[in-house]
Design a protein around this ligand. Structure first.
Ligand SMILES: C[S@@+](CC[C@H](N)C(=O)[O-])C[C@H]1O[C@@H](n2cnc3c(N)ncnc32)[C@H](O)[C@@H]1O
Length: 229
């Protein structure tokens, strides 16, 4: 059955199924670039010197762990609506975990200095609801960081990347996880997800200012930063 982000049960089900292999498949499919993308994210976060950090859609907790290492003074909380993914995060050593939907967080207003989400917002049924919740739990002046896939703008790279995304990646990942449909969904979700100025406008319409886009790896991935109004 085709997976749609508008059906959170389906999204949760697919991450439950692939939780055990998620990290390994990620490292293989990105050629290890995911370590580099997280390192850049953490390099942006460190100077903000946060005390309280929330990693939304933390999954296996990779970004949360990288933030913990780089900001030892910070208390880092990971939230995700998929318990098997959080189990992986727990095994990876992340102690503070909350099973929660990013569009309705069971967390107090204005409690965090930094809210981050890596490859998570794209999967939410409503990006506006996800971003508004992130704004709600951030203190005014607090920082947002979104790391996610984007479609490259470069004329030759764009069609090549799309070919990889729709015709190569699902086959490799399908063999590794037994869920080819999950990776067909990945390509579709990247096609739909706004990038560049569209994303910075969306972020600013949800309670943020100074939204900036930082494209990485030929624009196949982007980091967005913004400040809570
Ligand atoms: C592609 S994984 C990313 C995991 C991790 N942040 C990383 O960088 O590897 C997407 C994660 O988003 C979670 N997710 C998707 N929609 C969510 C929602 N509405 N609320 C909370 N978590 C969600 C999934 O359960 C999954 O763990």
């Amino acid at each position: 059955m085709e997976i749609h982000k508008e059906n959170p049960e389906m999204v949760r089900g697919l991450f439950s199924d692939i939780a055990g292999r998620y990290q390994v498949v990620n490292h293989i499919l990105s050629g290890g670039l995911d370590f580099y993308w997280r390192a850049i994210a953490v390099r942006l976060i460190r100077p903000w010197n946060p005390s309280m950090v929330l990693d939304v859609a933390t999954g296996s907790g990779d970004l949360a762990m990288a933030i913990s290492k780089a900001c030892p003074q910070a208390r880092v909380v990971g939230a995700d609506f998929c318990a098997p993914m959080l189990e992986v995060a727990r095994r990876n050593g992340l102690p503070e975990l909350v099973v929660a939907d990013g569009m309705s967080l069971p967390l107090a207003d204005q409690n965090f200095d930094v809210v981050a989400a890596a490859f998570g917002l794209r999967n939410m049924a409503s990006w506006e609801k996800g971003l508004s919740e992130m704004a709600r739990v951030l203190r005014p002046g607090g920082h947002l960081l979104i790391l996610d896939f984007s479609l490259p703008e470069l004329p030759v790279i764009r069609p090549l990347y799309r070919f990889y995304l729709h015709h190569i990646l699902p086959h490799i990942a399908g063999l590794a996880t037994g869920r080819k449909d999950a990776y067909e969904y990945l390509g579709e979700s990247i096609e739909q997800f706004p990038s560049g100025e569209k994303m910075t406008s969306l972020i600013e319409s949800c309670g943020f200012k100074n939204a900036k886009s930082h494209p990485l790896t030929l624009g196949t991935v982007s980091i967005y930063t913004a400040i809570r109004n």
